[in-house]
Design a protein around this ligand. Structure first.
Ligand SMILES: Cc1cc2nc3c(=O)[nH]c(=O)nc-3n(C[C@H](O)[C@H](O)[C@H](O)COP(=O)(O)O)c2cc1C
Length: 330
């Protein structure tokens, strides 16, 4: 029987889960003319290769903890992200593990039950799948069995991961591998909800899969940072530019909270009044990229967020004089 206290802690951690860094909002609008002295970007390091995604993160999450972890893994690897959605959603009462007669507990006590899945998550074209789930009574939720039994993992490396109140992954990964009956299943791993990006990245590198997919990389000065890029037309256009040729942009410090520089071209924009935090990357006036080490409120289009640097580290990186950034596809 699991300790309720540790489960409550896990839930609290899940709710308070944030990316890297935060800062106080200053509500200081930025003037339109702020990039007058920003030099045009230079271009270097041609990188013509481009590839479709071959890495997928598939997960099921009852209360959001595994979702948070899955999102981080997808951001750090550049993988696609898909959620297994139950045809019959789990209510809070269904997930009440204090009452062994509620749905999730009954399912876990009934090995051959296979909860229906509402969506179709194809594995076509993927060579690596990170498979995430919460631990329910020491096992993977039965809906994971539904998923693995109805998909063909032949030729795919499967990397299970899970979250829990305190239990380890146990035999849950082996059981899923047996149910799948095919695929190259690696040893799974259990994570705390508040695992650091660096520790997660170390595990991803251990699996040897991170390099399998190309992603939009950002180097500030000579420090490569991990970015969770937005899915929008601005980032799509930026990615296409960078795929064609790496892009170096000279940034200038502005206002004591940001570095800004001209992209030399306009991207699609969808500006919205935004209060930024340290680590946020936004598009300003359609043609300028802004990296925040503090906060500002203005109309921007979000581009992404630096995941693996604290507010203090961002201040060090961005708050000590002008820097150049290089974006490349690798
Ligand atoms: C029905 C049920 C059974 C659970 N059993 C366990 C368990 O055996 N061991 C454990 O450490 N945590 C257990 N938990 C806690 C979850 O594993 C933990 O909160 C997990 O991080 C939830 O992930 P999610 O938010 O993605 O659903 C259980 C939770 C539920 C709802």
């Amino acid at each position: 029987m699991k300790k309720i206290v540790s489960m409550i802690v896990a839930v609290i951690l899940a709710i308070s889960f944030v990316g890297c860094g935060s800062a106080m909002a200053q509500n200081t609008p930025a003037p339109e003319a702020k990039t007058a002295e920003t030099p045009a970007p230079t271009q270097a390091n041609k990188d013509s290769a481009a590839s479709d995604h071959t890495v997928l993160v598939v997960y099921f999450s009852g209360t959001g903890t595994t979702r948070g972890l899955a999102e981080k893994i997808a951001a750090l690897t550049g993988a696609d992200l898909k959620e297994i959605v139950p045809a019959q959603p789990y209510t809070a009462e269904d997930l009440n593990y204090n009452d062994r007669s509620t749905r999730a507990s009954v399912e876990q006590n009934t090995p051959d039950v296979r909860p229906e899945i509402a969506n179709d998550i194809t594995l076509d074209g993927y060579t690596t799948v990170y498979l995430g789930y919460p631990i329910w009574w020491g096992q993977a939720p039965r809906i994971l069995s539904t998923y693995v039994e109805s998909h063909d993992f032949t030729g795919i490396t499967v990397i299970p991961f899970c979250t829990s109140g305190s239990s380890d992954i146990g035999r849950s990964d082996d059981a899923l591998a047996e149910q799948a009956g095919n695929g190259n299943w690696l040893q799974g791993r259990r994570f705390d909800a508040n695992i650091s990006d660096d520790a997660l990245l170390a595990w991803i590198n251990e699996t040897g899969e991170r390099s399998m997919d190309k992603t939009l990389s950002l180097v500030i000065g000579d420090t490569e940072v991990c970015v969770a890029w937005e899915e929008n037309a601005s980032v799509d256009t930026l990615t296409e530019m960078v795929k064609a040729e790496s892009l170096t942009v000279q940034l200038s410090m502005y206002g004591g909270f940001e570095q800004v520089g001209s992209l030399g071209t306009s991207l699609p924009r969808d500006d919205a009044q935004t209060t930024t935090q340290a680590g946020d990357i936004v598009l300003y006036a359609g043609n300028q990229i802004v990296l925040f080490y503090g906060s500002n409120t203005w109309a921007y289009t979000r581009l992404g967020r630096i995941m693996n640097k604290s507010a203090a580290e961002l201040e060090d990186l961005l708050g000590n004089g002008d820097v150049s950034i290089t974006m490349s596809w690798k």
